[in-house]
Design a protein around this ligand. Structure first.
Ligand SMILES: [Zn+2]
Ligand SMILES: [Zn+2]
Length: 322
């Protein structure tokens, strides 16, 4: 709650005092006024996934910025809100730490937070944060919040911090050369001289593609790559160097050592995404070495590069008395 009060104070943190006798609260700037203003705008939007479902539209809605949280096992429901006058933190849960299925930050703690603001500061909408000079407005693509490209059709106005916010052009679509019947795709080295067309496809990140795959969500896929392409071998995803495909790994129960993950990826790859048993594990620089502690039994390891090419291998892990 102390930290949230710094959003209400244009980015300056003041250590909270618990008694009237305490003095000498230290003050320090922890973010720019522009960054603080942008957070205030985001956290005061009413159209959001954590808006309380049980909040009656007839009730007075205080003008505040707020953020909710629900802990693992539904042990804690919290909601912290602020305006120019007050910062209020609400925590709900059992003091014993026992979880309650119906406990959630959005539906349990936030309605109480709203009622507290209605009680202590009913007309809080009289005064709100003003856009500071270090925060300007620009047009962006609504898909990515980046500067619009020619294929971006939904362009909205958004706040940004000059010299700090990303200046990258939107890449939410990518142009792919495909056969006339859209059954094959081509790369620069195998595209025929005639009989192909260029088509835009949504440019999903590898973790989004893995998410769609897991949940069988259909999307407009880029067609399979031209089978007679000579570059196709290189295009088939990162080569996993460690662990070794098909090997059995023995791990000491007493001194368990993690297994190294490393791969060799294409020259056009800067990041790779590691998955263990189809679950996202971590993202890393293409050439870097990562480590993981496997569970006993068969383990599937997948490595996807930032161009969406994937490679799977399988190992068997045994924990032994060594
Ligand atoms: Zn776009
Ligand atoms: Zn090709």
């Amino acid at each position: 709650t102390g930290l949230y009060s710094s959003f209400a104070a244009d980015g300056v943190f003041t250590k909270p005092l618990y008694t009237v006798a305490e003095t000498n609260a230290g003050r320090s700037r922890i973010m720019s006024t522009g960054a603080s203003f942008m957070i205030n705008e985001i956290l005061s939007k009413v159209n959001r996934p954590d808006f309380p479902l049980n909040w009656q539209s007839t009730e007075h809605m205080p003008k505040i910025a707020w953020k909710t949280g629900t802990s693992y096992g539904r042990r804690d429901a919290w909601s912290i809100g602020y305006n120019k006058h007050y910062t209020v933190g609400v925590w709900m849960g059992n003091f014993s730490g026992v979880g309650v299925a119906s406990l959630s930050g959005a539906n349990t703690a936030t309605p109480l937070l709203f009622r507290i603001f209605n009680t202590i500061d009913y007309d809080s909408d009289q005064e709100w944060f003003r856009q500071p000079e270090d925060c300007l407005t620009r047009l962006v693509c609504s898909e990515t919040g980046l500067a619009p490209a020619s294929f971006c059709t939904n362009i909205i106005s958004d706040y940004y911090l000059p010299l700090i916010s990303a200046t990258k052009t939107c890449d939410h679509m990518r142009e792919v050369s495909v056969a006339g019947d859209e059954k094959l795709s081509y790369c620069n080295s195998c595209v025929p001289q005639t009989g192909y067309k260029k088509k835009l496809y949504a440019n999903y990140s590898p973790d989004m593609l893995a998410y769609f795959g897991e949940r069988s969500i259909s999307y407009n896929r880029i067609p399979a790559h031209n089978p007679s392409c000579e570059k196709v071998f290189q295009e088939s995803g990162p080569a996993i160097i460690s662990p070794k495909n098909g090997s059995e790994y023995l791990i000491s129960k007493k001194n368990p050592e993690p297994i190294q993950l490393s791969c060799s990826a294409g020259a056009d790859v800067s990041r790779v995404y590691w998955y263990v048993n189809d679950k996202f594990y971590k993202t890393a620089e293409a050439g870097s070495r990562q480590f993981f502690m496997p569970e006993e039994g068969p383990v599937k390891i997948s490595c996807t590069d930032d161009k969406g090419r994937n490679r799977d291998i399988r190992i068997v892990v045994k924990y032994v008395d060594l």
